[in-house]
Design a protein around this ligand. Structure first.
Ligand SMILES: Cc1cc2nc3c(=O)[nH]c(=O)nc-3n(C[C@H](O)[C@H](O)[C@H](O)COP(=O)(O)O)c2cc1C
Length: 165
């Protein structure tokens, strides 16, 4: 069968992609003294030498342009007890940091209290990718705050916990 003859709708695409379980991160940054951030599952460790990561903001994101302008951002790896943080950071147009405690990382970007780990980055490059962008960060500092905690997982559109086999 010729590949161009195969068709599927966006629901089938989303449903199929939803079978791949991921963790959840919050990409944060600081612009003119104001914190900004958004929830993401499109995070990957990209390169060891040089130390690079990637995260993929949507073209409709109102937070990413602030992180881009700041030229630096921090990836916060959420723990299972931080679903409420994820819900807040996934909403657009609100004061997301009103009730979320954080400290400033090396780049000044927020490190959210209670995360498992954080990866502080300089924005290295951006690559167009359809309705999203592949944003590459060069790691300038990183740390594990709570290795004992279980991560927040996302699978089939639902949140979950990690249990080792
Ligand atoms: C579990 C989860 C994963 C998400 N992953 C992404 C992602 O990888 N990229 C993205 O741009 N938005 C993702 N979103 C949606 C954004 O968090 C949401 O569109 C964004 O926070 C909107 O706010 P903004 O306008 O302040 O950017 C995700 C949302 C949830 C709940």
């Amino acid at each position: 069968m010729n590949a161009s003859m195969v068709s599927w709708d966006s629901r089938t695409f989303r449903n199929t992609m939803g079978q791949f379980s991921t963790g959840v991160v919050i990409a944060t940054g600081m612009l003119r003294g104001e914190p900004a951030g958004f929830a993401a599952q499109s995070f990957v460790s990209l390169s060891l030498d040089p130390p690079l990561i990637a995260v993929c903001p949507g073209k409709t994101s109102t937070s990413w342009p602030k992180l881009r302008e700041a030229g630096k951002f921090c990836i916060n790896v959420l723990a299972a007890d931080q679903k409420a943080v994820c819900d807040t950071m996934a909403k657009s147009g609100i004061d997301k940091f009103a009730s979320i405690p954080w400290r400033a990382g090396t780049t000044g970007s927020p490190i959210i209290e209670g995360v498992i780990a954080w990866i502080d980055c300089q924005l290295e490059a951006e690559h167009e990718a359809g309705d999203h962008t592949i944003a590459v960060g060069r790691v300038v500092n990183l740390g594990v705050d709570a290795p004992e905690k279980s991560p927040l997982l996302f699978f089939q559109g639902r949140y979950g916990l990690f249990t080792g086999l």
